[in-house]
Design a protein around this ligand. Structure first.
Ligand SMILES: Nc1nc2c(ncn2[C@@H]2O[C@H](COP(=O)(O)OP(=O)(O)OP(=O)(O)O)[C@@H](O)[C@H]2O)c(=O)[nH]1
Ligand SMILES: [Mg+2]
Length: 233
């Protein structure tokens, strides 16, 4: 899955990716401020999670647009401590909702390790755009709740694709796999191939030459059949 980590300046996006990937990530930064991107890959129950962190300075909008393209899920990081960040959070939220309409999103109420951190209900009062979104109190510094938050988002993202992923798991290894997906989902062939390529890029499956047949990565088959498994850890 491709996950974009966005939110206002200094909210903790880079540290979050650093924590999730156990430090196996890159950060293109200048004096501690991300100027291009963070990138790292995590493995959750055998599933590859490609994380892209955005810059938090307003002027890097084009970069955020590029990094967001095609994402399956959004981690929206807000600063629980600094109220001055709230107005910027609102602008960033509008932006990501415009880039990725309808894509599942969880809000990381970050820096909860600090005494001054505002609780989730106070954050909801100050940032009304959070209404209807899961807001999870986390700390990118200590790692508290970060894994649970990521699993929640992966679950929501897989549910968004559940009809496609279920069929992909069902017809893995079938010589007429593509045909069956086209028929069962009643979609155009090109669209079905598009789905397969999407999930091949995300390392959930490998496509055979000619695209007729595909094989789901055995590590993730059970997850694709039953996404809720990702919540049971
Ligand atoms: N105490 C505490 N500090 C944090 C936490 N997350 C981030 N920080 C600190 O907040 C500052 C900004 O963290 P970054 O991860 O660079 O934030 P960012 O959102 O990537 O910042 P930009 O890329 O510049 O927008 C750093 O000094 C971090 O150490 C947290 O959960 N707790
Ligand atoms: Mg950063």
């Amino acid at each position: 899955m491709k996950i974009v980590v966005t939110g206002p300046y200094e909210s903790g996006k880079s540290l979050m990716i650093h924590h999730i990937t156990d430090g196996a990530c890159i950060n293109v930064e200048r004096r501690g401020t991300t100027i291009a991107m963070d990138h790292g890959v995590a493995n959750v129950d055998g599933m590859s999670v490609f994380l892209f962190g955005t810059p938090g300075l307003l002027r890097f909008r084009t970069m955020r647009k590029i990094l967001s393209s095609g994402a399956d899920g959004i981690i929206f990081v807000v600063d629980s401590v600094n109220p001055e960040s709230d107005a910027r959070a609102k602008l960033f939220f509008r932006e990501i909702a415009f880039f990725l309409p309808g894509v599942p999103c969880v809000v990381a109420a970050n820096k909860q390790d600090l005494d001054e951190a505002r609780p989730v209900d106070k954050l909801r009062e100050s940032m009304s755009f959070l209404a209807g979104l899961p807001v999870i109190p986390v700390s990118a510094k200590t790692g508290k709740n970060v894994e649970g938050m990521l699993r929640t988002l992966l679950y929501l993202s897989m549910m968004q694709w559940s009809s496609v992923l279920g069929k992909i798991a069902e017809y893995s290894g079938n010589t007429k796999g593509l045909d069956k997906i086209v028929k069962d989902l009643n979609i155009e062939r090109d669209r079905a191939v598009g789905h397969l390529r999407r999930f091949e890029l995300r390392k959930l499956l490998t496509l055979q030459v000619g695209d007729e047949q595909f094989h789901v990565n055995e590590n993730v088959k059970a997850l694709l059949e039953n996404p809720v498994l990702i919540m049971r850890r």
